[in-house]
Design a protein around this ligand. Structure first.
Ligand code: SIN
Length: 290
């Protein structure tokens, strides 16, 4: 297994968390086009650790866009108005006096309801509050591997139904919101559509299997009653977000974070009312989950 072999890097420094889920990468300047060998090592470290943080990268929006395109093609970001002049960049902004719940507050894998969900999300910090505002990640590959072989076999053939309806749908959280929000959310009937993916997907680079479901976007299991689906999904959500599988990311200003939506879920913590928080986000297109 890729995760167990010792890793050596020639062009970058990689400091993994003790568990190996999440790592910090230094010794690279993301504001310039990376040499092929450096880019290959960055991608290898990302595949190995799933969530990689690059501290000390004061990237312009153009540099963020350019680095994103070195990782892959832009993904499609629905239901949120992009930044003016930057159709592939979302500004995640919450003002000090904002009362609406912070964006991304429930466990999810970005846009998993799309037929071809994004492989990567990149998030660059501009203003970080002095308290709160961490981003938590759960390792859904390790969570899958920790299940018993009998349970793995039982769930491996299932297909999970994903939808944006609970968040962006006509009866979703944002449609019912009464507090003002800085980010422009686009509530739409389009969000009420559903799309099924394998409940357990195989990572195209590492070959590891991972649970591909989340409480925000997974609404059932194909062919099962709502109660049956909720029982299996409820167990999986509790299991995969247990502390042992979670990496807590603490932000610094000018940090770029890149995560793999194919084998992780994440949530944004609040706890910074009274303070401004501003980050810029892009996604990289993925593949049809198998
Ligand atoms: C998200 O992309 O879901 C939000 C992450 C964050 O604001 O920390």
């Amino acid at each position: 297994m890729l995760k167990d072999a010792p890793a050596r890097y020639r062009t970058i420094q990689v400091i993994p968390t003790p568990e190996g889920f999440g790592a910090e990468i230094t010794g690279v300047d993301l504001s310039r086009a990376l040499e092929a060998d450096v880019l290959a090592e960055v991608k290898a470290a990302w595949a190995r650790h799933s969530v990689v943080a690059f501290p000390g990268q004061p990237l312009s929006l153009e540099a963020l866009e350019a680095f994103t395109q070195q990782i892959g093609r832009f993904g499609v970001d629905p239901f949120i108005a992009p930044m003016a002049g930057h159709p592939n960049v979302l500004e995640l902004r919450r003002e000090p006096d904002e009362k609406a719940t912070n964006f991304g507050a429930g466990w999810h894998s970005d846009w998993s309801f799309q037929p071809v969900p994004p492989a990567a999300t990149l998030l660059r910090s501009q203003v970080i509050p002095p308290v709160g505002g961490d981003t938590l990640f759960a390792d859904t590959a390790s969570a899958y591997e920790a299940l018993s072989p009998a349970f793995q076999a039982m769930i491996s053939k299932l297909r999970a139904v994903h939808s944006a309806s609970r968040a962006y749908g006509t009866k979703g959280v944002f449609a019912r919101e009464t507090e003002a929000r800085t980010m422009q959310i686009i509530v739409s009937e389009e969000a009420d559509k559903t799309h099924a993916h394998p409940l357990i997907r195989t990572h195209p680079v590492t070959g590891r299997k991972a649970i591909f479901a989340s409480p925000v976007y997974t609404v059932g299991i194909e062919g099962m009653t709502a109660e049956e689906g909720a029982a299996i999904l409820g167990y999986l959500f509790k299991h995969m977000t247990a502390e042992t599988f979670v990496y807590r990311h603490k932000w610094q200003k000018d940090m770029l974070l890149m995560w793999d939506n194919r084998c992780t879920v994440h949530l944004a913590e609040g706890g910074y009312d009274g303070h401004l928080r501003v980050l810029h986000r892009t996604t990289v297109a993925g593949e049809i989950p198998v």
